[in-house]
Design a protein around this ligand. Structure first.
Ligand SMILES: *[C@@H]1O[C@H](CO)[C@@H](O)[C@H](O)[C@H]1NC(C)=O
Ligand SMILES: *[C@@H]1O[C@H](CO)[C@@H](O)[C@H](O)[C@H]1NC(C)=O
Ligand SMILES: *[C@@H]1O[C@H](CO)[C@@H](O)[C@H](O)[C@H]1NC(C)=O
Ligand SMILES: *[C@@H]1O[C@H](CO)[C@@H](O)[C@H](O)[C@H]1NC(C)=O
Ligand SMILES: *[C@@H]1O[C@H](CO)[C@@H](O)[C@H](O)[C@H]1NC(C)=O
Ligand SMILES: *[C@@H]1O[C@H](CO)[C@@H](O)[C@H](O)[C@H]1NC(C)=O
Ligand SMILES: *[C@@H]1O[C@H](CO)[C@@H](O)[C@H](O)[C@H]1NC(C)=O
Ligand SMILES: *[C@@H]1O[C@H](CO)[C@@H](O)[C@H](O)[C@H]1NC(C)=O
Ligand SMILES: [Cu+2]
Length: 498
């Protein structure tokens, strides 16, 4: 009897947890295919953009971009054509700088740099890159500069070594060679230097975790440099994959999926944890449980509790195709290192799709396509509410902690600040910071997370200590979340300065 009871009760536990799959919200229509996305840190609105056109692209034809903004407060979507920077920002590199400026490089107009001021919501042109690029990656460094490398999709083939942007203009880094990070793609150099997994780290360095199976450290000062950092475990080249720094204090990066070549190539279910420490030291790699589904062109959005929401992608990589879509998202837990299947979505989100964390701890998942009169343009998106926003029945909304205020909306790296909750929670709250992101083509080099370890409570006020290294606690805009029993608050947005 006792053992039967145990079996039954574990069944019911299984059912109860299986009931909590999270939930897809209503479809949000856009006037364009959201191929790139970023949340404005000042207004909280979601900016998305396509190309010169809403639904098709053309290299070097037209210097403008169709954008749209979704306002979570009202649910409205407004469109705007950006033409003053003469930049078709399709297939670009994106990075958010220390001031929350969205720096967008290359793509269809391959040498251009456009910078969006979050406060005024306006775009200005900055210096052009010395090397024109498309499908390059960019990341913000601890020096407040932006590093770029790769990008042979446009602007010519090969030799796309690193450059550094000081907020005004770009300088070549001849020692930051791209060659070591090339994949072995079947289409050659056109694809081999695409979509680097870049992470700004200590003392101006950049860690490149993929997509090549060979990982590297890039130096971004002086002439620039590159040194080997080891192999990514058993993983092969993993183009069109996701890589997320889910615990910056401990140098932990999660990566999953991808295919050995950009297209006409089978995706994997591979997942690994990459641990980085000091600049120049080889990373260590732990191979973990496979994902439930093979994926390429999926996106990984980092959540307040350090889990990663993995959405979209297909088991066999084919641009502009809805074939072989992996429609069931998965949640990766940093605690168990395992994956849980979530509620299946209605829409394939493959090549040219995006996913990004919203201030209320839901995830926007949208896009896919941009192929003209094809049948795979997805000019829409949905907000996904993860299981943490529901009680165990998977239906009743969870009771969320509420941040009443923070002591300062601007804090410096290494300083303390106070978060006050609107009421005393039933159990001890925890706190995390998630850097606000930008995403296109599976790449989001901006998102990263800090789990706050130093918390001093006084009534409903909590004094939080922050890491002192700007390579870890990268300045810029961050979401601050309180979590009680795993349930996150809506974020307070803070600006972190040097
Ligand atoms: C999150 O915000 C969206 C508006 O963007 C709203 O529709 C949704 O209900 C919110 N979800 C939760 C769980 O607060
Ligand atoms: C953005 O624009 C506002 C208003 O025009 C200006 O005050 C601010 O300095 C600008 N911010 C940055 C980071 O350039
Ligand atoms: C950026 O670099 C350019 C060229 O070296 C220089 O003229 C400019 O003053 C620099 N700007 C900043 C903000 O450092
Ligand atoms: C920081 O990097 C510079 C070169 O970019 C190097 O000279 C210096 O020794 C490094 N400092 C530390 C503390 O690693
Ligand atoms: C670091 O990794 C590289 C390969 O990327 C290897 O050649 C080198 O021996 C490794 N260094 C150490 C100290 O293990
Ligand atoms: C689906 O994947 C298989 C390989 O597993 C491939 O042969 C086939 O072409 C793919 N179908 C589409 C529509 O891409
Ligand atoms: C912060 O919120 C608490 C709780 O609602 C309130 O007592 C306090 O006055 C607020 N502080 C500020 C600076 O608004
Ligand atoms: C705790 O907060 C109260 C105000 O709510 C303040 O008077 C008191 O000094 C604080 N205690 C400590 C140890 O900071
Ligand atoms: Cu593209």
């Amino acid at each position: 009897m006792a053992s039967l009871f145990l079996v039954l009760s574990s069944c019911f536990t299984g059912l109860a947890s299986a009931a909590n799959l999270g939930q897809w919200g209503p479809t949000i229509q856009f006037p364009l295919v959201p191929v790139a996305a970023s949340v404005n840190p000042v207004s909280g609105k979601l900016l998305v953009w396509a190309a010169f056109s809403d639904d098709t692209f053309a290299i070097a034809k037209s210097g403008m971009t169709q954008t749209a903004e979704y306002d979570p407060a009202t649910g409205t979507v407004t469109a705007a054509t950006i033409s003053n920077t003469q930049h078709d920002m399709f297939c670009p590199g994106i990075a958010l700088d220390f001031d929350g400026r969205l720096v967008v490089t290359g793509g269809d107009t391959a040498a251009k740099t456009s910078v969006r001021n979050a406060t005024s919501d306006t775009w200005v042109a900055a210096g052009e890159m010395n090397i024109p690029r498309g499908y390059q990656s960019t990341c913000t460094t601890s020096n407040g500069e932006i590093f770029v490398i790769g990008g042979s999709w446009s602007g010519g083939y090969g030799g796309k070594n690193g450059e550094i942007f000081n907020g005004t203009s770009w300088s070549l880094l001849p020692g930051a060679l791209v060659k070591p990070m090339l994949t072995n793609d079947a289409q050659g150099i056109f694809r081999q230097d695409n979509h680097g997994w870049l992470f700004g780290w200590k003392n101006g360095s950049v860690f490149q975790a993929g997509p090549s199976k060979n990982m590297h450290w890039y130096g971004t000062t002086g002439q620039g440099s590159v040194t080997a950092a080891g192999l990514r475990g058993r993983d092969n080249d993993a183009m069109d994959a996701t890589a997320v720094m889910y615990d910056a204090v401990n140098g932990l990066i999660f990566s999953a999926g991808g295919s050995s070549s950009y297209q006409s190539s089978s995706a994997t279910r591979n997942a690994q944890i990459i641990t980085i420490s000091d600049t120049g030291v080889n990373a260590t790699v732990q191979t973990i449980n496979d994902m439930w589904y093979a994926r390429a062109f999926h996106n990984g959005a980092l959540l307040p509790d350090g889990s990663v929401f993995i959405v979209g992608g297909q088991t066999y990589a084919v641009p502009f195709s809805d074939g072989n879509s992996s429609l069931t998202p998965e949640l990766w837990s940093p605690v168990t290192t395992k994956f849980t299947k979530l509620a299946t979505g209605p829409t394939p989100r493959n090549y040219h799709s995006v996913a990004i964390l919203m201030p209320n701890a839901t995830i926007f998942s949208g896009g896919g396509g941009l192929c003209g009169s094809c049948a795979t343009n997805h000019a829409d998106g949905q907000l996904f509410a993860p299981p943490y926003l529901f009680q165990a029945d998977g239906v009743t909304p969870a009771v969320r902690p509420v941040i009443a205020n923070v002591s300062s909306s601007t804090i410096s790296v290494g300083s303390t600040f106070v978060v006050t909750l609107s009421s005393l929670p039933a159990t001890t709250p925890s706190f995390s910071l998630v850097r606000m992101g930008s995403v296109t083509h599976t790449v989001n080099t901006d998102q990263r997370r800090i789990a706050i370890t130093g918390v001093v409570a006084n009534g409903t006020s909590y004094t939080l200590s922050t890491p002192s290294d700007p390579g870890v606690f990268l300045p810029g805009y961050w979401y601050a979340f309180a979590m009680v029993g795993g349930v996150p608050s809506v974020a307070a947005i803070i600006k972190v300065t040097l």
